[in-house]
Design a protein around this ligand. Sequence first.
Ligand SMILES: C[S@@+](CC[C@H](N)C(=O)[O-])C[C@H]1O[C@@H](n2cnc3c(N)ncnc32)[C@H](O)[C@@H]1O
Length: 412
Amino acid sequence: MRYIRFLKPPRIIQDDQSPTKCSLTCLITITSDLGDSFLTEDASIDAETQYEGGNWSNFKRFNWTNGMRTLPIKLPQTYLYTGNVTLRVGLNEFHSPAKCETDKFEILFDKKSHGIVSAYSAPLDPDRERKEAERLIERRFELSGQRVISVWEETGESIARHVWDAGVALSYHIDQVLANPEYESPIANALNPGPGTEGLRILELGTGCGIVGITLATLLPHASVILTDLPEASDIVTRNLSQAQPAKSTTLRFQTLDWDDEELSALTDPIKPSEPAGPSEHSTPIKGPTFDVLVVADCTYNPDSSPALVRTMQRIAKISPEVTIIVAMKKRHPSEDVFFDLMAESGFRLAEGDGVQIELPCDEGCANEVVHVYVYRHRSYKGYAVAAATAKQGARMRDEGGAQRKKKRRIG
Ligand SMILES: C[S@@+](CC[C@H](N)C(=O)[O-])C[C@H]1O[C@@H](n2cnc3c(N)ncnc32)[C@H](O)[C@@H]1O
């Protein structure tokens, strides 16, 4: 996918000649999530301003051509802005011609689109001397049923403070699964545990800006969703949580959790009163919060941090032996495969087959990119014992049936 980023945030520049005239400028680029490659196709990029209250104005089209690294945007104004104004820079070709309040997931993931994610600026307000926008970008994704999630990210290079392809792709997939009960997906069982089940208790590791956890909380009623990451993600994710609109009776919060910490002390504040973990291979039941679903998106990119990540998953499986782990990864390098070895060595098994592949829409420069979604369970998961017992019983019945038939044949 490609993300429009503000290299220089939008600024209102007043005309020297006329105090009532001004223009709005910024410098953009269009890159991959890592920022290591640029859009390689020509594209019409539209810029437009939106006033507080919803009115759009000053539409102008700009041309991005293959080989470009930056594109200056300038919207000439005939009068000075008053009140809050936001700049949107995005692709309109496959959305409505202009005035795009959001990026529709459905359209963003359509192969025909370039997978270009629009950028919405922080508000400017010349009246209050806010003539330069904060160094932030808002991503607005429209889920099915016209629900919208807003995710702010920073314009800088920090890994934790912008959204990543696997997070966007998994959020899109979750939306599809929850919107269509018939939709076949390896994550469907985990997210639709069936009637009579209490609200899901969900934990996300390495949430970054929070896109996946916020999507889950927006779509799942009666759930408890805890997003976790290093302290450096705290400011941006807190901003995003303050704008989130969780579904009915769903709670959503952030806690710091470093995979390198030996203890899950960050999670000692449980979402439900402490309760003993269910039966497991571990001799002493451990007290603490338990989780039904653990979500991890785009956290396996660094093989050096995989051991700590997997150890954290192990600790969580110890307090929640029934947990289903959903891992979304966009493989960028073969060395990332160490994650699978570590998972197997740590007692995790791939459940629900080999997962699912989500194709990322893109240009020639990033062709054939996919996000894999895998589902894991720990070997202490009760369902395995039940499945094994059923299989054993089935085999015994088959053996017995065979013996009976042989006996009958002999008697006959
Ligand atoms: C590539 S980002 C993915 C963010 C988000 N899940 C998404 O898909 O947009 C990886 C995340 O893992 C977090 N992370 C890396 N090392 C960590 C550690 N030791 N403990 C906790 N989080 C860590 C980073 O801070 C970052 O937010």
